[in-house]
Design a protein around this ligand. Structure first.
Ligand code: GLN
Length: 336
């Protein structure tokens, strides 16, 4: 458990005094939930059942590049549904808001991540955080041949993480072999011409995105890149076009936790996204990226310890968007 200086090559640039306090709180929360053993590792994608249920990591990265860690922050796991906000960002960057929203909505469905339903009025999936919406997004950003689109996604995510990432081929194969429900969703959407005729290629793009290997620290870094209006706080590289980040964070806040999205927004009040491999991340706009990894999931497919840790962090640090300690936009203060 250690605080990593934003510039490891220059130890003189040590973390500020507050950093020790932040680290203490992180360590306390880690110890509190370390032995909690509730929930179940996902098995419906057979490869995921191989995860070690004891794994547990918490990582926070500030927009000025401080990294706070506790537990297993370097263990690789697949990003799963945490790819969805980033893929949505890529679609918005590629096609713009109006064109993207012709094919996918931004309404919370309040239903499970794998629900088979489309908006009866428009034929679109409700939002890009459930599988149907994410498959639409994947169909938009895929390229032919398929390797090209997957490579573009991996490259973007590598830039967000600040290191070179790769696909877990075993998970990709496992998802492809068993993903009949996603295939059914895709063909239903093909029936309504919501996605183009390259259904298998779109599914491949989606499955590959879900199979990206990341660590808890990678995900916190990606979250911090969103918080830092698109620039990776350590490498200084511009990764995301800032004009679309507010849309991505909004669908994360309203839809990121599926049928727990309302309870989450109420209790934690942060844009967030979970994945069935046990990852969850949250974004504190302009301040912080948070990530937790713990493979045991609750009934809604969210990491049990992940949810509890995020609740604790939000209450310890006053991170809820509408917390009374949150003073709001400095722009408005300037006007008053
Ligand atoms: N690959 C998984 C699926 O499509 C992702 C689901 C998730 O992480 N919630 O079923």
């Amino acid at each position: 458990m250690q605080v990593v200086s934003p510039d490891p090559a220059n130890p003189a640039k040590a973390a500020p005094a507050e950093a020790a306090h932040i680290q203490e709180i992180l360590d306390e929360i880690y110890e509190k939930y370390r032995n909690l053993d509730e929930g179940a590792v996902a098995t419906y994608i057979p490869e995921l059942s191989k995860a070690d249920p004891k794994d547990f990591g918490i990582c926070m990265v500030t927009v000025d590049g401080h990294v706070f860690r506790a537990g297993d922050c370097d263990k690789e796991f697949t990003i799963q549904s945490m790819c969805k906000p980033f893929a949505f960002q890529m679609a918005l960057e590629q096609d713009g808001v109006a064109e993207t929203l012709k094919y996918v909505g931004v309404e919370p469905s309040g239903d499970a991540f794998n629900s088979i339903e489309l908006d009866a009025r428009t034929g679109r999936p409700f939002n890009p955080m459930i599988n149907a919406g994410a498959i639409v997004v994947a169909s938009r950003i895929k390229k032919l041949p398929v390797e090209t689109g997957v490579r573009a996604f991996v490259e973007k995510m590598s830039n967000a993480a600040g290191r070179e990432l790769r696909i877990d081929e075993a998970v990709l194969e496992s998802e492809t072999l068993t993903g009949n429900r996603n295939r059914a969703i895709a063909y239903l959407m093909r029936n309504f011409a919501t996605i183009d005729e390259h259904v298998n290629e779109s599914l491949h793009q989606y499955f590959a995105q879900c199979s990206l290997l990341v660590t808890c620290q990678d995900v916190a870094m990606m979250a911090a890149t969103l918080a830092n209006i698109g620039t990776n706080p350590i490498t200084g590289k511009r990764v995301f076009d800032f004009q679309f980040i507010k849309y991505v964070l909004t669908v994360m806040l309203t839809c990121g936790l599926y049928d727990y999205a309302g309870g989450w927004a109420y209790e934690v009040g942060l844009p967030a996204k979970s994945g069935v491999a046990g990852g969850i991340f949250g974004v504190v706009n302009r301040q912080l990226g948070i990530s937790v990894y713990s493979p045991k999931l609750d009934a809604q497919g969210n990491s049990v310890r992940g949810i509890l840790v995020c609740k604790e962090l939000a209450s310890h640090f006053g991170l809820h968007a509408f917390e009374f300690t949150n003073v709001g936009s400095s722009f408005m203060q300037w006007l008053l």
